[in-house]
Design a protein around this ligand. Structure first.
Ligand code: 0X9
Ligand code: ZN
Length: 366
């Protein structure tokens, strides 16, 4: 290789990823295990080191690393706004971290197509909050694309697959706290329980769990540095985009803005390429049910301008799959989710350009 050719190749490799390494390929034909997710993230960090940083933000109760990936366009500019996404807060909601991995793939590997989303914004993504709960939910028999009704579980295998909480076993009769009831705003209100054997057990006190503490820290850091604009938490299942408040029957001060941003995602999905697009509804969380201690309310309360829970679909056409979409639908579901989130993000980026961000950080309902 001539010196010029070598230098050009090196330049391209630094900006688009390293062609000398094997770039990890994101597979949508099955659900990744915790280990596969970690391996995939490491592979991206090795191959795209100029645009990707991994950070271990904490450890799960069972000592698994909780890892965020920060994605930039590699221009080295500090202080950009941030979109923070997490997924997999509930163990059984497997499609959510799969969707988060696809978002990561779109922004990192498919960078050229999506680079405008990284001009003034960095994206921080935590693809798997509840690493222990998810690992436990996969510990039954192998997944066989069967529809499981988690409201009436009769087999041990389904008990595994329907596991929702984390795996904290300290000091209680039953194992596990519902991480989406353990955050610090409105803790204990509404559909939330003080009994450890229930699915919505909110923990002995606010932020009692290492996983919610880890998310709290990222959220607080982003607010303190005035970079946190949009918080998106991916859940399933029910085709809904929810926004504050959820702990009481009050609309967010900027609920119209939430509605507008969420609607952009919904429209993009219904105008997308799918034969049976999901029919997302956009409503304030309290209209689904009142429940305190959610990460969505907390992020908004501390200063994120926009905070949304995306409940990914529970059915496709006539096929209801609840929390467990069959593997042959993974690809289209994660693609659809990306179409929606990309459109919402585009709107948010327009609405909150980098110099305008201080507008909304005041006067919030508490
Ligand atoms: O209950 C939850 O934590 C979320 N639904 S899920 O089926 N993924 O468990 C919804 C939380 C929305 N917040 C409120 N309704 N307050
Ligand atoms: Zn959930």
């Amino acid at each position: 290789m001539s010196l010029q050719l070598f230098l050009v190749t090196l330049l391209i490799s630094r900006s688009l990823g390293n062609p000398f390494c094997t770039r990890p390929k994101y597979q949508t034909n099955d659900y990744y295990t915790y280990e596969e997710i970690q391996e995939y993230l490491k592979g991206l960090a090795d191959s795209y080191s100029s645009r990707v940083i991994l950070t271990d933000i904490g450890k799960s109760f069972e000592n698994r690393n909780l890892t965020t990936i920060t994605i930039s366009n590699g221009d080295g500019r500090k202080g950009k706004n941030v979109i923070f996404i997490d997924a997999g807060m509930h163990g059984r909601e497997w499609i959510t971290h799969t969707a988060a991995l696809n978002i990561i793939d779109q922004l990192v590997v498919n960078f050229k197509k999506n680079m405008e989303l990284l001009e003034d914004y960095d994206w921080v993504i935590l693809p798997l909050v509840n690493a222990d709960g998810y690992t436990y939910s996969r510990s039954g028999k192998v997944f066989t694309d069967e529809a499981i009704d988690c409201r009436s579980v009769t087999t041990l295998d389904h008990e595994f697959k329907c596991w929702r909480k984390n795996r904290n076993s300290k000091g209680n009769v039953c194992i596990g706290t519902d991480l989406n009831r353990n955050f610090g705003h409105g803790w204990g209100k509404g559909r939330s329980s003080t009994l450890s054997c229930t699915e919505t057990y909110n923990g002995p006190y606010k932020f009692s769990e290492p996983e919610s503490q880890a998310v709290q820290k990222v959220l607080l850091d982003l607010v303190k540095s005035r970079r946190g604009i949009l918080y998106l938490t991916l859940h399933s299942a029910g085709s809904k985009i929810l926004y504050p408040w959820g702990s009481e029957r009050i609309d967010a001060e900027n609920y119209k803005e939430h509605l507008e941003m969420a609607q952009a995602g919904v429209d993009a999905i219904s105008n997308g390429k799918f034969k049976f697009p999901s029919n997302y509804k956009t409503i304030p969380s309290y209209k689904l049910y009142v429940a305190g201690g959610s990460s969505n309310d907390y992020a908004y309360k501390i200063g994120f301008a926009l905070s949304m829970t995306w409940e990914l679909p529970e059915k496709r056409g006539n096929l209801s799959f609840g929390f467990h979409p069959p593997t042959n639908l993974i690809k289209e579901l994660v693609e659809e989710t990306w179409i929606g989130i990309r459109a919402t993000a585009q709107k948010v980026i327009q609405k909150y350009p980098i110099q305008k961000k201080s507008i909304k950080m005041v006067n919030k309902n508490s």
